[in-house]
Design a protein around this ligand. Structure first.
Ligand code: SAM
Ligand code: SF4
Length: 444
């Protein structure tokens, strides 16, 4: 059966920054083909869910959302529904059959085929493409910035991952690691600056392994970062994510050399215990990780360090857990993203080890980690009191229209009185009060 040809689209994005960046690529591909972004879900002819598979909970959320779309479809029978991203890749045809609701399924390397897939769906055929690629980087696509504050933007510099940490679904959902050419990355950064953006974040699952053979010489991540920083001193440059095994002294020295490379490093540790790190296939020890932390603190003045921690991984003992708490204190993290281990199909851990830490133990350990991090974040913010920071203004504070908010180089949020600055301006702000999440400041 033929369907009405759709005209407007709406994308709902779940998961990490990489997915948000991908949605901007999808928006660009569809706009180039004549589709128009809808302002909300209800005015859209097509809704695309860009999905995440990293934990079971993320997939459960999408399934719940699909139930909602089932009822919406009754009111809007012509609404087309598509699934994109990691969950589309991981579940492939199974989900199409299971849900009987989806018109289209496209994995992360198939977005160029979306217009064709939509045509197929319009003519009543199953539209599915989950082929992974070894070279797709969408380098030539000019992303359409969605939900943008006009100040900061993500630039994807690589895709995929080949680290195969034993718990992680990313290498299966996003395929082989590949780096985008440097010239297209720098052009995108420059164009953003000209449009008024003042902060870019270079994105990859493991940016330290970025390598691209451009103009007969290999450019690696420190070189790329340096070239981005040289575009304009008023453009701040951030990056995520670094793998502790690969972060180098050369990179740290590059960060220290350029005031506009932000003094903030996200360095996921996952666990503080060597047996757990080994089982996770992280390829570094607790001692090596702490050595990297010392190097960061020695080479870069006032650098914030954030991390990711997984608690309750297979066979994790109480002693392992205490080692994680101990490492957190020693590293004195400024911020941490914390997760309970969630077994993912296909991964090495799912095949080899038992998910044998009881749910209530995972919960208790997670709470202990969160409460310690709360104290560490508070201590870190209290150390900032009295200091003056250069803050990139992002907008009006949600709590009071007489206050603005923005971030300092360390990625900490400061709220301060509105002295007429606009989004994209830099303001000098002295921190005068602190919570664990925010610094309250005064203009100087
Ligand atoms: N590539 C980055 C890295 O290596 O740190 C981040 C990848 S992932 C999108 C973000 C975080 O999700 C990981 O650092 C890890 O802490 C967490 N994560 C990944 N797989 C997980 C799992 N199976 N269960 C719980 N948390 C997980
Ligand atoms: Fe997953 Fe490890 Fe790759 Fe990060 S480095 S995406 S945790 S496999």
């Amino acid at each position: 059966m033929n369907r009405k040809r759709p005209h407007t689209f709406f994308i709902e994005t779940y998961g990490c920054q990489m997915n948000f960046s991908d949605s901007e690529i999808v928006a660009s591909i569809l706009t180039e083909d004549g589709f128009v972004p809808a302002t909300d879900l209800f005015s859209a002819d097509i809704v695309l869910l860009n999905t995440c598979s990293i934990r079971e909970h993320a997939e459960d959320r999408i399934r719940k959302r699909l139930h909602y779309f089932r009822s919406l479809r009754k009111k809007k029978p012509d609404l087309m529904i598509g699934l994109l991203g990691c969950m589309a890749e991981r579940t492939k045809l199974a989900l199409l059959e299971e849900e009987q609701l989806l018109d289209l399924i496209a994995g992360p390397d198939s977005y160029r085929h979306l217009p064709g897939l939509l045509e197929q769906a319009v003519s009543g055929h199953r539209a599915i493409d989950t082929m992974l690629s070894s070279d797709e980087t969408y380098a030539d696509i000019n992303p359409v910035r969605l939900d943008s504050n006009g100040v900061s933007a993500f630039i994807s510099i690589m895709r995929g991952c080949e680290n195969f940490c034993s718990y992680c679904v990313v290498p299966y959902a996003r395929g082989q690691e590949r780096s985008r050419d440097a010239a297209s990355i720098l052009k995108e950064a420059k164009d953003l600056f000209i449009q008024g953006y003042r902060e870019i974040t270079l994105l990859g699952q493991n940016v330290n392994s970025y390598a691209r053979d451009d103009t007969n010489s290999v450019i690696r991540f420190p070189g790329l970062l340096e070239q981005a920083a040289r575009l304009d001193p008023r453009l701040r440059v951030r990056f995520a994510t670094s793998h502790p095994r690969d972060i180098s002294i050369e990179l740290l020295e590059t960060i220290a050399r350029y005031p506009n490379i932000c003094k903030s490093i996200h360095l996921p540790v996952q666990s503080g215990s060597n047996p757990v790190l080994d089982k996770m296939n992280r390829k570094y020890t607790r001692e090596e990780y702490l050595e990297k932390i010392r190097a960061i603190r020695n080479i870069i003045g006032n650098c914030a360090i954030s991390t990711d921690i997984i608690t309750g991984f297979c066979d994790e003992t109480e002693e392992d857990h205490l080692q994680t708490l101990d490492l957190m204190r020693e590293a004195a993290f400024d911020y941490a993203f914390t997760f309970k281990y969630s077994e993912r199909p296909q991964t090495l851990a799912a095949e080899k080890y038992k998910d044998n830490v009881p749910p209530d133990t995972k919960e208790r350990r997670l709470n202990e980690i969160i409460s310690l991090q709360h104290k560490l974040s508070m201590q870190s913010n209290q150390k900032d009191l009295g200091q003056v920071f250069e803050v990139l203004v992002e907008g009006v504070s949600r709590r009071s229209d007489k206050h603005l908010f923005g971030r300092n180089s360390q990625n900490k949020v400061l709220v301060f009185p509105d002295m007429g600055q606009k989004a994209g301006d830099y303001a000098e702000v002295r921190a005068i009060r602190a919570t664990s999440a925010t610094l309250i400041g005064e203009s100087v």
